[in-house]
Design a protein around this ligand. Structure first.
Ligand code: HEC
Ligand code: HEC
Length: 332
């Protein structure tokens, strides 16, 4: 009996030391520096390119739905043009509270002092101008050189707005993911194209869905413990638990593959798809940036539809996508 108690004490002590070591390791190493190349991209200055940048930033790439203050969401939803002065807060319990920065050209509180290459690197490699891993909210790694130059040119053309946004506050899980390198900057899979021709082809549709529109990360199931994708791509069930941004509703994303039984698009014609996007938001609180996508032109919508309909059908039933406040999301 006595030896047993002794063993128990020792195991307890060893465990305690291990845990203390882990906590210390996490506290000291989460905020590490990262390197990534600076793309050779200069902000476009001609008016046609700046117009293209505006179209992308307020449309498919919806920079304008994320980089706005918290109290301006209703204004945006109501159709007002809101400056991209940042502050939108994503509160993810355990992971932390993350805020979008001010991306207007204000020198003190915005991107005024950042070089084109620093902005391009942040978007392409997920390493901030301070050399830190950025929280993975932007999946534009494969944006073409030309489109990136247009978007940066557009940001530079905006009216500077002075609005200081507080830094992120990482929770323990967030710090642990950073410390163990589970959340780290991810660069492009392949060398990004210099230019992608806007036309109605599947190729342009793939570029919009994967590199420009964030469609894929939202419409694929994610392992909530590690934030890594785990479901078949574009087959739906990305989970959005209730928070203040969703107005208390919870959401699951539908299956976008053309499966005749479980795909949301199964009986949608191209015309219906275009009309649905032109219609805009139907569900209050939906995380899908309908207000930006509403600005898409038919060319882009056709390309997206044609690409999605050409994917391999995946059977994945998403019974329901909208959950009332108080209703909990089904466990997967
Ligand atoms: C889904 C939300 C979301 C969208 C859409 C989005 N951003 Fe961001 N962006 C963020 C968040 C969150 C950060 C802060 C990342 C960090 O530092 O951890 C950020 C950071 C940035 C930064 C700061 C980089 C630095 O060095 O500090 C720039 C520049 C930027 N975004 C530009 C853009 C542009 C341009 C677009 C559209 C093409 C865009 N963002 C779309 C959420 C978003
Ligand atoms: C921030 C996450 C997010 C992004 C980005 C996103 N979606 Fe969604 N999407 C959702 C959610 C959640 C729903 C279900 C709620 C709703 O219908 O608004 C949805 C619904 C849909 C629907 C069904 C609408 C209906 O009327 O039934 C289609 C089609 C769709 N998304 C396509 C796309 C495409 C194409 C893109 C990229 C261009 C995209 N989504 C980007 C989260 C997202």
């Amino acid at each position: 009996m006595k030896t047993f108690v002794k063993i128990l004490k020792w195991t307890g002590l060893v465990l305690l030391i291990v845990i203390a070591g882990l906590v210390l390791f996490i506290q000291f190493s989460w905020n590490r520096d990262y390197e990534a190349p600076f793309p050779e991209i200069a902000a476009a200055t001609d008016s046609a390119s700046i117009a293209r940048g505006a179209y992308l930033a307020n449309g498919i790439s919806h920079c304008n739905t994320c980089h706005i203050p918290n109290d301006k969401i209703d204004a945006l939803v109501a159709g007002e043009k809101v400056p991209m002065s940042g502050g939108l807060e994503f509160e993810i319990p355990g992971f932390g509270t993350f805020r979008t920065p001010n991306i207007t050209p204000d020198a003190e509180t915005g991107i005024g002092k950042l070089s084109d290459a620093e902005i391009a690197r942040a978007i392409r490699y997920g390493v901030s101008h301070k050399g830190k891993a950025m929280v993975p909210f932007m999946s534009f790694q494969g944006m073409s050189d030309t489109d990136l130059a247009c978007v940066i040119g557009y940001l530079r053309s905006l009216e500077p707005v002075s609005h200081k946004v507080e830094d992120h506050e990482f929770g323990f899980i967030g710090k642990a993911l950073l410390a163990f390198g589970l959340m780290k900057p991810v660069g492009p899979k392949d060398t990004p194209e210099k230019f992608v021709e806007p036309d109605t082809t599947e190729a342009y549709g793939r570029y919009l869905v994967y590199q420009m529109g964030n469609c894929q990360p939202c419409h694929t199931e994610v392992d909530m413990a590690t934030m890594q994708p785990k479901g078949p791509e574009l087959a739906g069930k990305g989970a959005f638990p209730a928070d203040k941004l969703t107005k208390g509703y919870s959401f699951l994303s539908p299956n976008l593959t053309p499966d005749p039984e479980t795909g949301v698009l199964a009986d949608w014609t191209e015309t219906h798809f275009i009309e649905r996007f032109k219609q805009g938001r139907v569900h209050e609180g939906s995380p899908m940036p309908w207000e930006s996508f509403q600005n898409l032109e038919e060319l882009e919508l056709k390309a997206i539809y044609r690409f999605l309909m050409a994917q391999k059908p995946v059977k994945n039933a998403v019974e329901k996508t909208v959950f009332e406040p108080g209703e909990s999301l089904p466990r997967s």
